[in-house]
Design a protein around this ligand. Sequence first.
Ligand code: G1P
Length: 292
Amino acid sequence: MIERVTKAVIPAAGLGTRFLPITKAVPKPMLSVLDKPTIQYIAEELVSVGIKDIVIVVSPGSEVIGKHFGPAEELEERLLSDGKKKLYDIERQTQRFNVKFVVQKVANGLAGAILCAEKYVKKEPFALLLGDELMYTPKGKEPCMKRLMDVYLKTGKSVLATMEVFGDDISKYGNLGIGKDIEGAMEVTEIKEKPSVNEALSNYALVGRYVLTGEVMGMLKKLPTRRHEIELTDALDELAKKGKLLAAPFEDVRYDVGDKFGYIRANVEFALRSKEIGRQTKEYIKELAQKL
Ligand code: G1P
């Protein structure tokens, strides 16, 4: 029987040195795209698959993230008494998840971060969402996590999201060897972490969304440490070679918000989509473009 997935892990423990000085006092997951912290966008991707229990792996000193997802009675009372129901609803939405935090004390790679969540996830299957990536799906289209979950529920195998990338960009990602089609997804035969263009197995890059079976946590514990890190890709490659890994294409928009340009791009595009300031932003960008 295929076990239900009820928990998600969001590794978000990077120190965000690329974003200094803001990240000196503000944890990177709290950097906002428009008016919402990136970590909340990521948590909201779980709504489509009905997961409420989230374990966020953070750096020391990230308590404010707990405050963001926690209760705020005074603020709520104030918003209600001022008749600001819409803002009250927005505030309540931050509290719809059961969030647990674990601190990653040593920066020992992505697998190290996931292992920090083991006491909550135990041997259960789990969703994994990397904290530096936002996946935007237009209304009416199937969100990335939903697609992965459907494939997992049909096959019982671990599933990851993939996007096609071209040219030198392939060396920035985990790269997939692709086999036959199964249940609308593709079999993964091998994974190479950040290969050179010549060594690439295909154009398929692995991006930061996964549904992983319970056995993965056990596999992570046995991985070798390389350059002080243990890498999830090593375990995924092992799964692939046993025929236990699938990839589902994600064809919408991915923002790498751990990167300055990716972060600005996310802000501009979310502003353009905003009901409140979309039109104004569009006019401004057109005007600005003429001067560039
Ligand atoms: C990590 C993973 C890589 C993946 C990428 C994007 O790399 O190791 O396999 O393709 O995220 O999800 P990073 O960007 O952290 O160096």
